[in-house]
Design a protein around this ligand. Structure first.
Ligand code: SF4
Ligand code: SF4
Length: 81
């Protein structure tokens, strides 16, 4: 895993996936983002979700992780806009 900055779990050339760790309740209590991501970008790291670095540019912007995240802890940044 590559740590970009606090709360940033993935940063590709076009897309950055960020998790607010102050809002995320953790994998043991939730983990929905990992279950719903169709391209396996998100994985478990201790009790928190992180991105699989090799897959980070494969985010389809489906927003399933955002919809599944009840505390609204996930932010998708479109760097090309
Ligand atoms: S937007 Fe879709 S593809 Fe991207 S990290 Fe979330 S669930 Fe995975
Ligand atoms: S869905 Fe949201 S609250 Fe649940 S583990 Fe993922 S980021 Fe954390």
């Amino acid at each position: 895993m590559r740590e970009i900055a606090e709360g940033v779990i993935a940063m590709g050339e076009f897309i950055k996936v960020e998790i607010d760790f102050d809002k995320c309740v953790g994998i043991d209590e939730c983990g929905q983002c990992i279950r719903v991501c169709p391209v396996n970008i998100l994985m478990k790291n201790g009790d928190m979700p992180v991105a699989v670095e090799e897959n980070e540019d494969e985010c389809t912007l489906c927003e399933l992780c955002i919809q599944a995240c009840r505390p609204a802890a996930i932010i998708i940044h479109k760097l090309y806009e």
